[in-house]
Design a protein around this ligand. Structure first.
Ligand code: ATP
Ligand code: MG
Length: 485
């Protein structure tokens, strides 16, 4: 069973079924013992009633016993008729132990069976309390009470009143059928209630799971789970998770702060270095190798400055303090500017470059510097990863109420397995890494492009086939100007 809810329901139902069974058993045993007591009480009263009748008759008539035709002592018919009214088994014995009277129920038994009862009645000490006796060989079990007769003349011995215990027992079939009726109903109710209770109890857990799932990255860490007012287990769980998120948020913030501070602090010394090297390079009559070294150094300083700039941009973006200075501009202007830089790069690399812009102005409210940076990053990549002889196409155009800006090249392409990573920071494909000298870079360009596109409410997608080329498509929201009528 996959869910706690399912397990709880099963356990709950099993527990309830067991409780029901135990309850039924206790009820059954209790009822049985109560009806045994009732039966004993009845037997005692029947014995007393008989004793009363006999004593009364003795007082009225004197002799109650006479000899029958076979010469055996029996009760006189009048008194015997009176005793016939007493239900169930009734046996009256003479003082010498012989049988004086047997009720009709007793007479229905065989001679041996009546003999067994008579022996009980005459056995010394079988008076109190009432007992049970199973008539052999396979007769019924009876519950009986014995009473000695003292005030009905010298002839009388004891009275035994007995009844089949069956009359006091709930039959097992009866119990089983009642139980079979009640149990499925009970279990059905338990299942319903169990599932309802567990759904209610575990509902908040599902909610916590959903809320925690929504906190996907460092940027959504400021979110908190709704903490219930009642500080039960789930309340405390939500509280603990929230505390954990606070700590995580702090660590993330510290990390970002560090990157931002470090890159910021590096900017000034780099500027000083650059100025120094630039000045040194202009010194007249420098030896050739010193000049070469200085140029190389200057190149590295430029690269490092770019890297520090990129890091600072990303750190600020993460901190949410890289504001966009949006103003309406014609994107064609920005594309034209980028084209100039791109063409220089392309020419150097021996790559053809083609730029297509629409005839009408494309005015959007964007941060022009950032968009220029975005286009330049994409163009630089396209030229960098396209071997000489290839071509790069930059296209700007409205499509389906949006604005698309695509940079397509016929370069080395990106392996499908690499595609999910290219927007990650510091990620570079192996093919790019192995020839660092040839294709220098830090792996931050696309991460910045992605941030710029998303900060403008747009997105960036990529389509690529290794060896055939790559196309980056930036989509920006755009309100097309109302069609001129
Ligand atoms: N047009 C492209 N064709 C083929 N691979 C590309 C292209 N653009 C990006 N890539 C791959 O994606 C990786 C990441 O690109 P990204 O622009 O982020 O870094 P970079 O160009 O290596 O370095 P940086 O831009 O920081 O100088 C590149 O290293 C390269 O492997
Ligand atoms: Mg790049």
């Amino acid at each position: 069973m996959q869910t706690i809810r399912g397990r709880l329901t099963a356990w709950y139902s099993a527990a309830l079924a067991l409780t029901l069974a135990a309850f039924a058993a206790v009820l059954y045993l209790d009822r049985r013992s109560a009806s045994y007591q009732d039966l004993d009480q009845r037997m005692r009263s029947e014995a007393s009633l008989t004793a009363g009748i006999l004593a009364e008759s003795y007082r009225a008539r004197g002799v109650l016993v006479r000899a029958d035709t076979a010469g055996r002592p029996v009760l006189i018919p009048d008194v015997a008729a009176l005793l016939e009214a007493v239900p169930e088994i009734l046996i009256v014995t003479a003082r010498d132990g012989s049988l004086l009277f047997a009720s009709s129920d007793a007479r229905a038994l065989t001679f041996q069976q009546v003999e067994q009862l008579r022996r009980i009645a005459t056995a010394p000490g079988s008076g109190q309390p009432p007992g049970s006796f199973r008539i052999e060989p396979d007769g019924p079990t009876i519950r009986y009470a014995v009473r000695y007769l003292t005030d009905a003349g010298p002839q009388f011995g004891a009275i035994l009143a007995g009844a089949n215990v069956r009359s006091a027992e709930l039959g097992p079939d009866q119990l089983l059928s009642t139980f079979a009726l009640v149990l499925p109903f009970g279990v059905a109710v338990a299942l319903l209630m169990g599932s309802w209770i567990s759904r209610r109890a575990l509902g908040p857990v599902d909610q916590i799971i959903t809320e925690v799932r929504e906190i996907t990255d460092g940027r959504s860490l400021h979110r908190r789970l709704a903490e219930p007012l009642v500080k039960d287990e789930l309340g405390r769980l939500a509280e603990t998770l929230n505390q954990m998120m606070t700590r995580l948020e702090r660590s993330f913030a510290a990390l970002r702060r560090f990157t931002a501070d470090a890159s910021h602090e590096l900017k000034t010394p780099l500027t000083v270095l650059r100025a120094g090297v630039e000045r040194a390079i202009t010194t007249p009559n420098l030896p050739q190798d010193t000049l070469a070294t200085l140029e190389e150094t200057l190149q590295e300083i430029k690269r490092m400055t770019e890297l520090v700039e990129a890091l600072l941009t990303l750190a600020r973006a993460d901190e949410g303090i890289a504001p966009l200075h949006r103003e309406p501009v014609d994107l064609r202007g920005i594309v034209e500017e980028a084209r100039e830089t791109g063409e220089l790069l392309a020419e150097e690399a021996g790559v053809q470059m083609e730029v297509t812009t629409p005839a009408d102005p494309v005015v959007v409210s964007v941060d022009a510097t950032r968009i220029r940076q975005l286009i330049l990053n994409l163009l630089t990549n396209a030229v960098k990863y396209t071997p000489a002889g290839g071509s790069v196409r930059l296209q700007l155009g409205p499509a389906n109420g949006k604005l698309t800006l695509s940079v397509a090249d016929t370069g080395i392409g990106i392996a499908p397995g690499d595609l999910p990573h290219i927007f990650d920071r510091f990620w570079r494909a192996d093919s790019a890494r192995t020839r660092t000298g040839e294709r220098p870079g830090a792996g931050l360009g696309l991460a910045i492009c992605k941030w710029i596109a998303e900060a403008h409410g747009g997105r960036i997608d990529v389509v690529s086939r290794p060896g055939r080329g790559t196309t980056f498509i930036v989509t920006l929201p755009w309100e097309a100007p109302a069609a001129k009528s």
